[in-house]
Design a protein around this ligand. Structure first.
Ligand code: ADP
Length: 258
């Protein structure tokens, strides 16, 4: 009996060890996969704006561009936008090692409707898609908000850009803002592919991307919404997401006023 118990215990020990090693291996493989994905994706994200910058800056030497004020202005616009895109990307990668408590905010006062209308104008310009409709419901209450405008604009751009990235053919974005007691609410809704309920709680996590062949023809780093949440948290606000697969997603941000 002692021998039998000993053998069973030994067997259990070996099985346990085997299970532990396999689990560890899977974990290591996952980390390795995340790293490889990250490097592939960041290379892609850097290459695209750099290539566009290269083409646009070379074209400034061309006579036909120099002789047409319109074409010259357009090319400068491209240089400017791609430069901003690179800056934002680098900012997001750097911020990903920080938590919201480490973010240093440089706040300024902005008037709500002017700030949000400008932001949406810039966004529409940067997208230049004919199939995009933005429904604006921005209350003109002349509310003064104190925001780090660089960080906050980038945070909202991440949500808006995702709506385009994960949108369907004809994209309708609804952008609503309102004052509720001492809180200011910003709601961004899209009619895109939506997110499965089981994934909802992970979308604000660092490096999380929904694993699905269809969706991930779209490149990304899985850092955008993590960054957005850090920025909203640093403003002492909150962010929530409701989504339905196939129907669309709705992000609600609340920040304190004063
Ligand atoms: P990235 O877009 O770089 O993958 P994000 O952190 O911005 O990273 O988003 C995380 C994931 O959440 C995305 O990969 C995508 O699967 C999903 N997601 C984000 N926004 C939307 C949206 N508006 N509609 C559908 N899925 C979305």
């Amino acid at each position: 009996a002692i021998l039998l118990t000993g053998s069973v215990l030994l067997l259990l020990f070996v099985v346990g060890l085997f299970y532990y090693s396999i689990k560890n291996l899977i974990k290591q493989k996952k980390v390795a996969d995340i790293k490889t994905d990250f490097i592939n994706n960041i290379t892609h994200e850097l290459k695209t704006p750099l290539a566009t910058l290269g083409i646009a800056s070379k074209s400034l030497h061309k006579r036909e561009i120099q002789e047409s004020p319109e074409a010259f202005k357009n090319t400068l616009g491209i240089l400017d936008r791609q430069n901003t895109r690179l800056q934002k990307l680098i900012d997001q990668v750097m911020t990903n090692s920080l938590g919201s408590e480490d973010l240093v905010l440089h706040k300024e006062q902005v008037i709500d409707d002017a700030y949000f209308n400008n932001l949406l104008d810039d966004f529409s310009l940067s997208v230049q898609s004919k199939n995009l409709t933005i429904d604006r419901h921005i209350e003109s209450e002349e509310v003064v908000l104190r925001l780090d405008t660089f960080l906050f604009t980038t945070a909202l751009f991440n949500i808006l850009e995702n709506a385009v990235k994960y949108g369907k053919e004809s994209l309708v974005l609804t952008f609503t803002t309102r004052l509720r007691n001492n809180h200011y609410e910003i709601v961004i809704a899209d009619n895109g592919i939506g997110i499965n309920e089981k994934h909802l709680k992970y979308v604000f996590d660092k490096f999380f991307r929904v694993e699905s062949g269809d969706v991930h023809n779209v490149k990304g780093l899985g850092l955008g919404l993590y960054y957005t949440k850090q920025v909203v948290d640093a403003h002492k606000g909150s962010i929530e997401l409701e989504s339905e697969l196939g129907k669309g997603s709705k992000f609600s941000i609340t920040i304190p006023v004063n």
